[in-house]
Every structure is written in structure tokens, then in C-alpha cells.
Design a protein around this ligand. Structure first.
Ligand code: C5P
Length: 427
């Protein structure tokens, strides 16, 4: 049997540049398969060698001939391809690729991949490759938000699979929501623009959203946090190159793609999840609005309104940030600790006290009142750190998150970036 590598034409035969990035594009069966044609063209335009593998479903939308014409290479569709010389395409393709991108990645493809199935050429080579794998999901928004797809997503993120998109907007089915495949140019940029981000490969742990403390089986004590700031911080840290773990309470929006998530409900669950994920964390950002008190003895049956008044005895919840701060000195690396302070008055004074008393490296303080701070609204932050401060003006939380992440990256290594305006000497 010939070496599996030989089954394709050599670079000289095809005119491929030997040092051109070799991108394997997997196409699974969704309407966005037509956009994969543009992705192949974009990658070729940017000097890549491209080979395409299609699932059976993908061929119902676009023919292999189209991708063959666009890539200039034979398109592979079958695991046991009698026409391929060695019949071992999955190994050869897996070795050939510098990067693998699946666009579109359907819910089915994600589920098969998460379970390690190998029932066609594409899923088989995904098990065989050691190249970085990027997924550009595309599906109906309800399918994207389905717990089964969330679970596939979480598993794949934990395994280091990178996600680009999905984007939000109008979908092919006419509905609105998150599930549109990212634009081909954005996918190509994510594959090829390898400038290291400000938090490149840093492990960042973020808490987000409110907690709910049960009163009885149907009632809870909660707060108005939407989780939007924490979710935006997770997306911004991911965009800065970080490996993000997000521990979140019940938020109004789904977590961003490309981060590992742990969904919790109570302060105690959030506390346990954070401590479990803490090892190796380089930055801990506590943006969750954790309940400070919980009912001391939640009822195990629904409370009846038989009395005119009801007294609930409350007890303190664990302070997650304070607990992490206590452990930080024993951790290697010692994580940079970032807290939030939501205050109705004397913002600077309260935030400054919290920075010191909790032993934080940075605190982001905001005023809260009607229409400001909490919920789905713009925000402004006063950021304090030992020896310095910076005001981030009112803007959408997504932009604010980008600015805060840059500030955090500077605090992580202030000495290596003395010219940066947020360095200590500025204060
Ligand atoms: O003391 P205070 O609750 O105002 O501190 C707010 C900061 O502490 C926020 O960063 C919040 O996420 C964190 N926190 C926590 N666990 C708690 C209470 C607050 O991590 N139980």
C-alpha cells in the first residue's frame, strides 16, 4: 500500500506554495453551505491551499463539483472511497491540514463531534487530526439555544475547539436570533490573523449574572442583574485570545460562543463551581451579582398565604471573591483579582474600601439606580487599582467590556508596558 500522504498531488503538481497555510474546510448540511463557497474563495485569495470534505447533507445544498472548481482540488465525500488510492483519506487529510474549519457546522455535526462519533469522513478525520479546529455554527436560533446544543458547545469548548459566530440577525427560516453563520471574511480572518491578543492563551475565569436563593420550591430571592456585563466580558476576553471559563447564574441572554460555561443557580453553587475551576486561573473577574443573604431554612413545600405577615430569616452566603482572594497567595500562578462594586452613593470611597478590604488588584465600580448600572442598559465604570484609576465613560456594555479587558491585560503585566497610559505612574 502506498503512503497515505501520496494520494494527493504534490504541491509542485498543483502549483501549491509549500509554505502556504493548508486549510481543510469541512462542510456540513445546512443552507449556509453556499456561504462556504465564498469562504473557500476567500482562503484561496489569501494564499491558502484548501481541501474540502463534505458530509452527505452538505451535498444536498451544494455539489462537490462547485467546491472542486473553487479549491482546485478533488473534493472528498466518503470515508471508504474506492476511488481514493489508499482508502485512508481521513488519516491523510488529518495529517495534511495545518488547520481544520467546519463551515457551516450544524447542530448534528456538533453533537456527533462532541460524542466522538466517526460515522463519516468528516467526523473521522476530526478524531484523527491534531490540527487546531474551528467551527462556524449555523442553525435555527432555537436549535442553537437547545440544551443539547449548549452541551455539545460546552464540551467542544472545553476540548479547545474554537468557535467563530454564530452571528445574530435574520435567519434563512425567517426568524430572528443567534444562529447565522459568521461571514466568510470573518472566518478567514479568525483562521489567519494570528496577531496575539492582549490576553493570548491566558486562563480567565469569570462569574456573571444574578443568583437565585430558594425560599420554597417555587419562590426565590433574586436581583435585577441581566448578566450582560459578565457575558460581554467573557466575549471580550475570548476575543483578546483568552481561554475563558464562565460560571453564570440565570442570565437574560445565552453565553457567548467559544467559552466554556458552567450554569448555576445559587451563590453556594457558584462558589463551588468557581473553586473547582480555579486551578491554573490567571485572571479572576467577579462580575456576578451574588446574593449576599439567603433564606436560612428554605421550605421544602410551597408556603401558604394563610398568615398576614411572614418573616424570613436570612443568613450570609459565601463571599466568592473574598474566598478566592484568601486562597490566591497559595495559588501558582497567583490570579489577578478583579471585582465589581455596584453602589448607590459615595462610589469612589466604597469602591476604594472594597479594593483594600478584599485584597483586589482592580475594582470596577458603577453607580446603580433606576436605568443605570443593572439590567440591559449602558454603563460607565470607575476603575481603581492600588496606585491608579481610570474612568471608562458611559457606553454599551459590550464596548465597555472591551476597554475593561484591555485595562486588565495592562494590570496583568504593568511593568512590561511602562508607556501605557494606564500604568501606575499615571496616577
Ligand atoms: O461586597 P460586595 O458584594 O459589594 O462586593 C462585590 C464584588 O464581590 C463583586 O465583584 C461580586 O461579584 C463579588 N461577590 C462575590 N460573592 C458574594 C458577594 C459578592 O463574589 N457573595
Amino acid at each position: 500500500m502506498s503512503d497515505p500522504e501520496d494520494i494527493f498531488a504534490t504541491p509542485a503538481d498543483t502549483g501549491e506554495m509549500t509554505d502556504a497555510p493548508r486549510i481543510l474546510v469541512g462542510v456540513s448540511g445546512g443552507i449556509a453551505a453556499y456561504k462556504a463557497c465564498e469562504l473557500v474563495r476567500e482562503l484561496r485569495r489569501r494564499g491558502c491551499a484548501v481541501r474540502v470534505v463534505m458530509t452527505a447533507g452538505a451535498q444536498a445544498f451544494v455539489t462537490p463539483l462547485t467546491f472542486q472548481a473553487l479549491s482546485g482540488e478533488p473534493v472528498r465525500t466518503h470515508l471508504l472511497d474506492a476511488e481514493a488510492e489508499s482508502g485512508m483519506d481521513h488519516i491523510a487529510l488529518a495529517r495534511w491540514a495545518d488547520q481544520v474549519v467546519i463551515a457551516p457546522a450544524t447542530a448534528d455535526l456538533m453533537a456527533r463531534m462532541a460524542h466522538g462519533l466517526a460515522d463519516d469522513l468528516l467526523t473521522t478525520l476530526l478524531l484523527a487530526t491534531t490540527a487546531p479546529v474551528t467551527l462556524a455554527p449555523a442553525m435555527n436560533h432555537r436549535m442553537w439555544e437547545h440544551p443539547a446544543t449548549r452541551a455539545s458547545h460546552a464540551t467542544l469548548c472545553e476540548r479547545g475547539v474554537r468557535f467563530v459566530g454564530p452571528d445574530s440577525g435574520e435567519q434563512a427560516c425567517g426568524e430572528q436570533g443567534a444562529g447565522r453563520m459568521a461571514e466568510p471574511a470573518a472566518i478567514a480572518a479568525a483562521l489567519l490573523d494570528t496577531h496575539p491578543g492582549a490576553l493570548q492563551d491566558r486562563r480567565v475565569l469569570i462569574t456573571a449574572g444574578p443568583t437565585r436563593e430558594p425560599v420554597d420550591p417555587v419562590r426565590y430571592l433574586g436581583n435585577r442583574s441581566s448578566g450582560r456585563m459578565g457575558l460581554a466580558l467573557a466575549a471580550a476576553a475570548r476575543d483578546a485570545g483568552a481561554r475563558v471559563t464562565l460560571v453564570h447564574g440565570p442570565c437574560e441572554h445565552p453565553p457567548p460562543p467559544g467559552v466554556a460555561t458552567r450554569a448555576v443557580e445559587t451563590a453556594a453553587e457558584m462558589h463551588a463551581a468557581v473553586l473547582e475551576a480555579l486551578e491554573g486561573t490567571e485572571v479572576f473577574i467577579a462580575s456576578a451579582a451574588v446574593a449576599d443573604y439567603r433564606p436560612a431554612a428554605p421550605a421544602d413545600h410551597k408556603l401558604k398565604k394563610s398568615r398576614d405577615s411572614l418573616n424570613l430569616e436570612l443568613e450570609r452566603t459565601p463571599d466568592i471573591l473574598a474566598d478566592v482572594a484568601r486562597r490566591a497567595e497559595q495559588l501558582a500562578p497567583r490570579p489577578l483579582l478583579v471585582g465589581f462594586a455596584a453602589e448607590t452613593d459615595r462610589l469612589r470611597e466604597h469602591a476604594g474600601d472594597k479594593l483594600t478590604s478584599k485584597g483586589l488588584d482592580l475594582i470596577a465600580a458603577n453607580r446603580v439606580d433606576a436605568g443605570r448600572g443593572f439590567g440591559d442598559v449602558d454603563n460607565a465604570l470607575l476603575c481603581l487599582w492600588p496606585g491608579g484609576e481610570r474612568e471608562l465613560p458611559r457606553q454599551p456594555k459590550e464596548q465597555l467590556a472591551g476597554e475593561l479587558i484591555r485595562l486588565i491585560a495592562d494590570r496583568l503585566a504593568p511593568d512590561t508596558n511602562p508607556d501605557h497610559p494606564s500604568s501606575p505612574q499615571e496616577a
